[in-house]
Design a protein around this ligand. Structure first.
Ligand SMILES: CCCCCCCCCCCCCCCCCCCCCCC/C=C/C(=O)SCCNC(=O)CCNC(=O)[C@H](O)C(C)(C)COP(=O)(O)OP(=O)(O)OC[C@H]1O[C@@H](n2cnc3c(N)ncnc32)[C@H](O)[C@@H]1OP(=O)(O)O
Ligand code: FAD
Length: 679
């Protein structure tokens, strides 16, 4: 039966090949988009905001940013950031964070802007670490942008290992001041976003020393540039760290302190305090000062769905415009998306983008709940949150980076051009594997949590009621995986239970390996390092369980029947693709057999075929507009080739038919060679 076209977006100028795709949709793209973005009202607001940006040319780039050098990029994005703020009152409801984020992204693009860290880290760090009086003083000014702040933790010599940060804050009770110092080159603060040129204040993590005792890294709120001249204050050395793999519109900076004195109350005192006489009062929980990192880790999961969704949108749209080769001889060139291999490369990325979308919402909700509990003095769920946010951040950023690269490869040569937008998305997204906690290190943090659960399992059960996402660890598995039995197209419980089995088994396996090493006389810490790879596997497996459970709940909650059907196809793809990813782990203890893995692989191919006609409409439902995608290949109208040519013509190199230096070098070389050959 032909599908009814429910898409609202077709317009006369669209490429017929993309129009043909949209006609195949089995669902209403707006209803799907509303599921992803929350409600129809929120979706409508996105479109109003996008329209506002389109109608105000001053919010646009003067020419493609890909052709700008770093200083031009910085100036252009700084100019636009100011306009973003000026226009915000007219364009958005400023009390709604998601509207502000979207409006900002449309205007500033993906490569960073001078308020990036002020908004995403400095303000949350103040909220989590400043006491009431400090909040009253600084928060309104921060929100009002009377200063621009950043977050300075990482140093040249230490990023991961916070306990070995070298910057010191030594308390002087005589003057009631802190003396900030950078005792070595490796103590130089390195990386803080926007510190290079834009920020004049920063949260600084420094070793707190009072009465001669070091109490570890604590946060301070420090002015580093003059409010009028913007010159670094005497005793502070500042600069930009230079061009990076991506995010080059962001001025990541370096900073050194030369016995720089700041008042006692610049120490953020919500959690720990130092009294005027230098007495140290510890926080209720030693890691409360790290909460803003958990916030960003939780937020990054949603951000990854955005990047992966954008890359998939570009690659899928291009794959229905690009025709290359024939499937049936002499039947004409086919759209490259008709190749099974192309579907296998691209459509799982759509499924992962959806999974990360729902996991991102879950993580931020959990963060808000836990922070609320902490504000009432209840720290119970902090460890669960830290473990989950660590696992989700690590897996989502890693798979997003790989997924974007797949999308880029799948676009052939044009994917290598910056006109595709894909290298830019990749270069920004892959930073997520490192910033806010290097991924491997975060998986090992989750492993610490799993290790405790393993000890509880071995000693008869959980000490406290386990969370929804960890209670499976305390159950016993069926003898054999039920993958492929009890087949239903909408219930994947038996597959998720198999993932649970893998995660439980790998956790207990790593634990027993650790125990054996310890029993053989190895020191605990050495034994932990000797079992780190098995623990990493357990952490990944546990995160897989969380991602599939959260995705499954989101699908269950969906009310629109046609949208639910597509989501069921996507989760089916997601889940059976994951079976392929952990096939070895399902097979190695005989829990599943080769037939079951083969079954899962067949399911993947079957559902890819089912999803193929909906592919363009699904990515349309992500509702990214052309400004946001910044990609010639991913244009909504599909008019790729003429626009690739127009983009190339706008290259500054093409202002000259002959480069001004041509005759000095290549021209001369050829001339000389010709002369010589005449001799
Ligand atoms: C497809 C549809 C489309 C939809 C799209 C939807 C779009 C939604 C979009 C949403 C977007 C939201 C907007 C987001 C915008 C984000 C923008 C991002 C931009 C980029 C910004 C980059 C900024 C980067 C900043 C930084 O990088 S700052 C520096 C960060 N540094 C780190 O993270 C350092 C890492 N190191 C550490 O965290 C720690 O030191 C350590 C955890 C590695 C180890 O710590 P330590 O040595 O102190 O501790 P131990 O290992 O000994 O452990 C001791 C115990 O403490 C526990 N612990 C550790 N950390 C924590 C913590 N944070 N909280 C709680 N507990 C913690 C350990 O678990 C140990 O406990 P145990 O002893 O009980 O086991
Ligand atoms: C784009 C970007 C933006 C950033 N923005 C900021 C910012 O605004 N503010 C800020 O303060 N910082 C920022 N950073 C710094 C970032 O937080 C650190 O780079 C990150 O925490 C990793 O630390 P590192 O660079 O010291 O890596 P390292 O810790 O040196 O890691 C190197 C390798 O060692 C391994 N390793 C390290 N420790 C262990 C361990 N215990 N066990 C096993 N393996 C280990 C890692 O897995 C990795 O393979 C930013 C970084 C980037 C890339």
């Amino acid at each position: 039966m032909p599908h009814q076209n429910l898409n609202t977006y077709i317009c006369a100028g669209d490429h017929p090949d993309i129009t043909e795709e949209r006609k195949k949709a089995t669902f209403n793209t707006d209803n799907f988009a509303a599921t992803l973005w929350g409600t129809h009202e929120k979706l409508e607001r996105r479109r109003e905001i996008a329209k506002y940006v389109e109608e105000h040319p001053e919010l646009h780039d003067p020419y493609p940013t890909e052709f700008m050098d770093r200083q031009e990029s910085l100036e252009n994005v700084t100019r636009k950031t100011l306009l973003w703020m000026e226009h915000a009152e007219n364009a958005i409801d400023i009390s709604k964070q998601e509207e502000g984020f979207y409006f900002g992204t449309l205007i500033t693009g993906s490569q960073g802007h001078p308020l990036s860290i002020h908004l995403i880290m400095a303000i949350p760090a103040l909220m989590n670490n400043a006491d009431e009086e400090q909040l009253d003083e600084w928060l309104p000014k921060a929100i009002n942008r009377e200063f621009v702040a950043t977050y300075s933790q990482t140093e040249l010599g230490h990023g991961t290992n916070l306990s070995k940060l070298e910057t010191t804050a030594t308390y002087d009770p005589k003057t009631e001041e802190w003396i900030l110092d950078t005792p070595t080159v490796t103590a130089t603060k390195w990386w803080p976003g926007n510190l290079g040129k834009s920020a004049n204040y920063t949260v600084v993590m420094a070793q707190l020393i009072t009465h001669g005792k070091n109490y570890g890294a604590h946060p301070f709120f420090v002015q580093v540039r003059d409010e009028k001249t913007h010159q670094p204050l005497p005793g502070v050395i500042l600069g930009d760290i230079g061009p990076k793999f991506g995010m080059n519109a962001n001025d990541n900076g370096f900073m050194q302190f030369k016995k720089f004195r700041i008042p006692r109350r610049t120490m953020l005192m919500k959690n720990a305090q130092v009294l005027p006489d230098g007495t140290y009062k510890p926080p209720l929980h030693p890691k409360l000062g790290y909460s803003s990192m958990i916030f960003v880790r939780s937020a990054v999961v949603g951000l990854m769905s955005l990047y992966l969704g954008q890359a998939a949108t570009i690659a899928i749209r291009y794959s229905v415009i690009r025709r290359q080769g024939e499937i049936m001889p002499n039947a004409g060139e086919v759209k490259i998306l008709d190749y099974q291999t192309q579907q296998y490369r691209l459509i799982p990325q759509i499924a992962r983008a959806a999974a990360f979308r729902f996991a991102g919402i879950f993580a931020l909700e959990m963060y808000n709940t836990v922070i609320h509990e902490i504000s009432k003095g209840n720290m119970d769920a902090l460890a669960d949150l830290h473990a989950l946010a660590s696992g989700l951040k690590a897996v989502a950023t890693f798979q997003t980076a790989l997924g974007i690269e797949q999308c880029r490869f799948a676009c052939g040569g044009h994917g290598y051009s910056l006109a595709s937008g894909l290298p830019q998305i990749y270069s920004v997204a892959v930073g997520g594997c490192t910033y806010e906690g290097e991924n491997m290190v975060l998986l090992l943090q989750l492993a610490r949590y799993l290790r405790k659960r393993a000890i509880e399992i071995k000693s008869g059960g959980p000490k406290e009621k386990p969370t929804e996402l960890s209670e499976y660890l305390f159950k016993t598995s069926a003898k054999h995986s039920l993958i492929g039995t009890n087949v239903s197209s909408t219930n994947f419980e038996h597959v998720i239970e198999s993932f649970e089995h893998v995660a439980r088994r790998l956790t207990l396996f790593a634990h027993s390996k650790l125990e054996k090493l310890e029993q053989s006389g190895m020191e605990h810490e050495i034994a932990i390092n000797q079992t780190a790879v098995p623990w990493r596997r357990a952490s990944h497996a546990h995160t897989r369980v969380a991602l599939t459970r959260i995705f499954a709940h989101a699908v269950q909650r969906t009310t629109d029947i046609a949208v639910k059907e597509v989501l069921q196809d996507l989760i089916k793809l997601y889940i059976y693709y994951e079976v392929g990813e952990c096939a070895a782990e399902l097979l190695e203890d005989g829990f599943a057999d080769g037939h079951q893995i083969e079954f899962a692989k067949d399911q993947v191919l079957e559902v890819l075929e089912k999803l193929r006609p909906n592919a363009v409409s699904i990515v349309d439902s992500f509702d990214f507009n052309d400004r946001e995608l910044n990609s010639v290949l991913g244009r909504r109208d599909g008019n790729v080739y003429e626009n690739l040519l127009a983009w190339a013509k706008s290259s500054p190199l093409n202002k000259h038919d002959v480069m001004p230096f041509h005759h000095k070098y290549l021209g001369k070389m050829m001339e000389d060679a010709r002369e010589q050959s005449k001799m």
